[in-house]
Design a binder for this molecule. Structure first.
Ligand SMILES: [Fe+2]
Length: 320
C-alpha cells in the first residue's frame, strides 16, 4: 500500500475555496437519502487512516472492535456476525493475517480515539453543509464513524444501516450493490420496521432482488452515499485487503422516519392480536408525524420500566 506521510486535502479544481473538507465539491445535496451515488472523497493519505495509526487505534478501542470470519452468503445475519461467525483468532492475529484468513473487522466509533476526533468533526461539518442545502436540517445527529477492514473476497451480507451513510474507500476494491430506499419489492414495509426496531434482525434476501441494485465498482479515493433505508451488500475485490470508513448519521427527516418506524413496529405487534394493522410509514395517511411525536413518550416509559425491572430498554440508535 502506498500511503503519503503528509495529508493534503485535494484542492478545488478552479483554485476556489473548497466547499467541503472531505467530499468532492461536485456532490449533489438533492440526491441525499433519495438515491445512492458515487463520488470522490478528499481524504486519501489522511494520517488517521494510515496502517501505523490503525495498529495503535484498534487495541485502544477494546470492545468497539468487532471481528468475524468473512461471510459468503448474502442472506447471512450481518447484525450478529461477530457473535455467530467468530474466527478463533485474537484481534492482533486477525489484523496480522487479514490477507489470508477471510476475516472481517468492524470498529465502532473510532472518533473515541484522539487521532480521529478532527476527522469526525470535519465530516460532520460537511454533512451539516449538505443538510442546509437540501433542507433536511442544520446538524447531523447520532453521527458515528465506523472502520471496516476485510480480507480479499470477503462478503458483507445484505442489510441496511438504520442511518444515512457515507462510505469511503481507502485501500483495495469492492463491488457495492445499493438499493433505493422505500422499494417494497426489495424490503417489505414490515421489515423496515422490524429491523429498525430490532424486533427481527434477520434480513430477507432473494437473488431476484438483484435486478433493482445500483452496482458500483468502488476504488480507493471514492465514496458512496447509501441513503437511509437503502439496502446494500458488498463483495470485496480479490487482489487486496479492503480498508473503508463510514459515517452514519441522522438528518431531522431520517430521525423522524426512524422514530415512526419503531412506533409502527410496536403498533403492528400489538394490533395484530385484534386482526388490525397500522398504515406503513411513508405511505398515504400513515400519520408519521404523530408516530414520531409518540416516540419520546414510549421510549420514556420503556426506560422507566427498565429502571424499575433492571432490564435495559432497547435503543435503535445503538449498534450497526
Ligand atoms: Fe451497511
Amino acid at each position: 500500500m502506498t500511503e503519503s506521510s503528509t495529508f493534503q486535502p485535494t484542492p478545488s479544481p478552479k483554485g476556489d475555496e473548497p466547499v467541503y473538507a472531505c467530499f468532492a465539491d461536485s456532490i449533489q445535496p438533492d440526491k441525499l437519502d433519495k438515491t445512492p451515488f458515487q463520488f470522490e472523497h478528499k481524504l486519501m493519505g489522511h494520517p488517521a487512516l494510515e496502517l501505523s495509526n490503525l495498529a495503535q487505534v484498534l487495541p485502544a478501542l477494546g470492545e468497539r472492535v468487532m471481528y468475524s470470519k468473512g461471510m459468503a452468503q448474502l442472506g447471512a445475519n450481518f447484525d450478529r456476525a461477530h457473535i455467530d461467525h467468530q474466527n478463533g483468532l485474537s484481534i492482533e492475529e486477525t489484523i496480522d493475517q487479514i490477507l489470508t484468513t477471510q476475516s472481517y473487522v468492524a470498529v465502532r466509533g473510532p472518533e473515541n480515539h484522539a487521532s480521529f476526533k478532527d476527522l469526525h468533526r470535519s465530516m460532520c461539518d460537511d454533512i451539516a453543509r449538505l443538510m442546509k442545502r437540501n433542507g433536511s436540517g442544520t446538524l447531523p445527529t447520532d453521527a458515528e464513524m465506523w472502520l471496516f477492514i476485510a480480507s480479499p473476497n470477503a462478503v458483507t451480507p445484505f442489510h441496511f444501516d438504520r442511518f444515512s451513510n457515507f462510505l469511503l474507500q481507502f485501500r483495495g476494491s469492492k463491488q457495492v450493490a445499493v438499493f433505493e430506499p422505500w422499494n417494497d419489492e426489495v424490503i417489505a414495509p414490515t421489515q423496515y420496521e422490524a429491523y429498525t426496531a430490532r424486533s427481527d434482525r434477520q434480513m430477507h434476501w432473494d437473488d431476484r432482488m438483484d435486478r433493482h441494485a445500483h452496482k458500483f465498482n468502488f476504488q480507493a479515493g471514492q465514496a458512496i452515499h447509501i441513503p437511509f433505508l437503502g439496502g446494500h451488500y458488498v463483495k470485496n475485490g480479490p487482489e487486496d485487503v479492503s480498508i473503508s470508513m463510514a459515517i452514519f448519521y441522522h438528518t431531522d427527516v431520517t430521525r423522524r422516519f426512524r422514530q415512526a418506524l419503531i412506533i409502527n413496529d410496536l403498533l403492528r405487534r400489538r394490533l395484530s392480536r385484534f386482526g388490525l394493522a397500522p398504515s406503513a410509514v411513508n405511505s398515504a395517511g400513515s400519520m408519521d408525524g404523530l408516530k414520531s411525536g409518540l416516540y419520546p413518550i414510549v421510549k420514556g416509559i420503556a426506560n422507566l420500566k427498565g429502571r424499575l425491572t433492571g432490564a435495559k430498554a432497547d435503543d435503535a440508535s445503538e449498534g450497526y
